[in-house]
Design a protein around this ligand. Sequence first.
Ligand code: KG4
Ligand code: ZN
Length: 355
Amino acid sequence: MSARSREPMLILGLETSCDETAAAVVDANRRVLSSVVASQTDLHAEYAGVVPEIASRAHAERILPVVREALAQAGIGLGMLSAIAVGHRPGLIGSLVVGVSAAKALAWSLSLPLVGVDHVHAHLYAGSLDAADAPLFPALGLVVSGGHTSLYELSGWLSPRRLGGTIDDALGEAYDKAAAILDLPFPGGPNLDRLAATGDDLAVDLPISRLAKDSLDFSFSGLKTALLYAAKGVPGERAPTPPPPLDDRRRADLAASFQRAASRAIIIKLERAVEHASQRGVRYASLLTGGGVTANSRLRAELASFTSAHGLRLVLPPMHLCVDNAAMIAGLAHELLRGGAAGDLLLRAVPTAGV
Ligand code: KG4
Ligand code: ZN
């Protein structure tokens, strides 16, 4: 094989960290040639949450068909690939192991470089796929998903620095629990978002978490408990005032009020991060966002107002790249390879978050 064909031109990315089995082909210009996602939502719905053993078994069954489909949709064969990338941290260990093992097998049998990609960092990359060139750095980064709620500062793709994160529930987790309180079916976040569109967001005064004055961390467990009490009443109260009946009107108002408080809590921390940066003489050029909750309509609107008020470029992934996908893995792998960060076959699946 010539040296030229070894250049990182087409990367196959694999993603199996949670309950989506995904494969994608991305070229060196950030163009997504294919992005296939086999969701397991139906398998986990009856348990109202992801069951790790079911997830890893489904990944093992689906990973090869999903890879074949990604190659077919991109119109390429295995021989045209230049590298294999895999989301290898963080996530459910049994699920990660399936993707990492498949990626190792492909890289070894094709003699290609293997690139391990941090799933959370990859969410920050999703909005740059299929997008025009634009100056992004220094950037503020926000990942809000079912498993993560984190703020980053990035001077480039190779150097995300974590500024803060949730101290309890991730935002998506809080959305899913709030949806369960409101008797909405799994997956809760998108259903709550739809219901909120019909409610009054000022109907119920739910707490907006701020934490300590300079904190860039998040907390959503208090909001979730406040919603529970507003919906079902306060347990153990001496002279309990029964809450209003949980009819359709009330549920929509609670959904809208929850969404308002949750979105405000995010924006307050973004405001603080911009202020802290300016005290250090750093002026962000963009806000990079990603993760399932960036699909939320209220949050998208608030992020747009926030960035326009601060003169930041808002990099928001299109809906299909907000949730877990492998295009973001392959895309970031191009940047990592350019930065000389190729891994080897000793790459490990790591359940915990990195920096
Ligand atoms: O990024 P993702 O697919 O998986 C993780 O890496 O966690 O995010 C899934 C999360 C779920 O909690 C889901 O309820 C939430 O994103 N989500 C939403 C919306 N769409 C997905 N939450 C609020 N509003 C939405 N429209
Ligand atoms: Zn994710």
